[in-house]
Design a protein around this ligand. Structure first.
Ligand code: HEM
Length: 163
């Protein structure tokens, strides 16, 4: 669709990933230990107030990551990596793990009774979410820097030199 749209899609993808994963890390390593010292009823009220606000960020964030991620893949990177099986394999793994992360984020910030199981042990599942999201970010970085066998020889040589 052109440079400005491609750049905006990547920018939005990265900034929303920073916001959501940063928010999860802050919650797990700063907010949860600090709030655990509160009396039980205050703790419960605070959890509810935070969940009500945070779930809007989670829902909108998931939508932005999906739209920008699929745009970037289908319109930009997949055509550039035609025939590069490893690229599509790693991208498939990245997507599957991202879907697990989205599921956990929705379960932890939502109110569904069926997913209460995850909220009962929120500290553990938030840690799982952070670990999986870190793998997703690692795969995103790998896909970016591993180079493109379809790129012109001069570009491939420069990429190999700098690795
Ligand atoms: C937990 C959710 C996700 C996180 C935290 C995440 C994070 C990232 C990060 C940090 C990058 C590297 C950007 C760069 O180096 O410029 C990236 C790249 C990318 N992501 Fe995601 N992402 C997520 C979900 C998705 C989803 C659902 C898709 C859907 C297809 C997707 C598609 C892509 C694509 C196509 C790239 C570009 C890879 C390349 O440079 O070749 N991402 N992502």
């Amino acid at each position: 669709m052109g440079f400005p749209v491609d750049l905006s899609a990547r920018f939005l993808h990265v900034i929303v990933a920073v916001l959501l994963v940063g928010g999860a890390m802050f919650t797990r390593f700063v907010l949860m230990p600090a709030a655990a010292e509160l009396p039980e009823d205050e703790h419960t009220k605070l959890k509810e107030r935070i969940a009500n606000r945070w779930k809007r960020f989670v829902m909108l964030g998931i939508l932005v990551l999906l739209v920008t991620g699929f745009y970037n893949y289908l319109a930009v990177t997949a055509p550039a990596h035609k025939g590069d099986g490893k690229y599509h394999m790693f991208m498939g793994i990245k997507m599957l793990l991202a879907f697990v992360v989205f599921f956990l984020a929705s379960a932890l910030s939502g109110r569904s009774k069926a997913l209460e199981f995850f909220r009962r042990d929120a500290g553990k599942w938030l840690l799982v979410l952070i670990l999986l999201a870190s793998v997703v970010i690692g795969l995103g970085s790998l896909l970016k820097i591993r180079g493109n066998p379809n790129a012109p020889a001069a570009v491939v040589a420069t990429q190999e030199e700098s690795n």
